[in-house]
Design a protein around this ligand. Structure first.
Ligand code: PLP
Length: 296
């Protein structure tokens, strides 16, 4: 189970249920993203006996160094200790900060924030983490990428997740009241400053096109990865079999992976996302001039 963004769930009853509490056998958490450990540190939690510990240990041998970095390990241990001893109090304070930010943003007329009530009925939603604030950018007269750039350049405010229509802010134990005030003031200023309304070029529904069921791959990813390949101009890659992963972020789901036949409409959509400021990952040329395909 991927619980990258949920290492704090366990520590407060008002947070969503943790994956372990929900019965997961194996859970990986990005401790560095949410709690106090250094970047590149994560935890793998196990419970029960459905997964053989010996196999996990064997698999880890394939990727682990025999010379672990003790600075990283010590930081994980300190983050663990901090939460084990004071986690509930810490998360109470973090949630209070987040609720203050949420209510002050909601008080600005016309601003829309994702609420638990809105999210619950939607398919796939179980609950909303109150330490995340998702702001719809329409009222700020720009798409998410444009607003994100302005927030960073003019106010030093960084969103955790940027999409065409939303920004999600992450409030964590590293934040203070000043950060909240800076966020609220920045949004207020963006709202009051006159900008030419910007029309997103992509019809948002189209973004969901990548989430549609994929075509059956023509080759296994392994076969495509090891096959003879060539680099072709992006415009000529349509209908060819991809030898690369091409993954727009967000949402971080590949548009195609090695072995899949490339749809020309996907190439156009990726170009649009790139032009608007979205990041394309996984492929060698992230500026989308060329693409590696399987040689015919
Ligand atoms: C859902 C999800 N899983 C996994 C990861 C990767 O985590 P890490 O940076 O700890 O490797 C991310 C990174 O953003 C993520 O969003």
């Amino acid at each position: 189970m991927d619980e990258a963004h949920g290492p704090h769930f366990h520590f407060h009853p008002d947070l969503p249920s943790s994956a372990l509490r929900a019965g997961a056998d194996l859970v990986v958490q990005s401790t560095h993203k949410i709690l106090g450990s250094l970047t590149q540190t994560a935890m793998l939690h196990m419970q029960g006996n459905r997964v053989e510990r010996q196999r996990i240990s064997q698999a880890l041998q394939l990727v682990q160094s025999t010379s672990p970095n003790y600075l990283l390990l010590a930081s994980l241990d300190l983050a663990r200790r901090q939460m084990a001893l004071g986690g509930e109090g810490i998360m109470t304070e973090v949630m209070a900060l987040a609720w203050r930010a949420r209510s002050q943003l909601q008080a600005q007329s016309g601003l829309e924030i994702l609420t638990p009530e809105q999210s619950q009925p939607a398919a796939g939603f179980v609950s909303l983490d109150p330490t995340r604030i998702t702001l719809f950018t329409a009222a700020l007269r720009g798409d998410g990428f444009q607003i994100d750039q302005r927030l960073m350049a003019d106010f030093g405010v960084a969103a955790e997740l940027v999409t065409l229509e939303h920004l999600t802010f992450l409030i964590s134990l590293g934040n203070t009241e000043q950060d909240i005030q800076r966020l609220v003031a920045a949004v207020r200023q963006l709202r009051s400053s006159a900008h030419t309304p910007l029309q997103p070029e992509i019809i948002p529904d189209k973004m969901a096109a990548f989430a549609q069921p994929y075509s059956t791959p023509e080759l296994l990813p392994r076969e495509a990865y090891w096959s003879a390949q060539e680099v072709v101009p992006w415009q000529r890659a349509g209908h060819r079999i991809s030898a690369e992963w091409v993954c727009p972020y967000p949402p971080g789901i590949p548009a195609f992976i090695p072995g899949e036949r490339i749809q020309p409409s996907d190439l156009d959509l990726l170009l649009q996302i790139h032009r608007l400021g979205g990041k394309i990952m996984g492929c060698a040329d992230v500026d989308l001039r060329t693409l590696k395909v399987v040689r015919d």
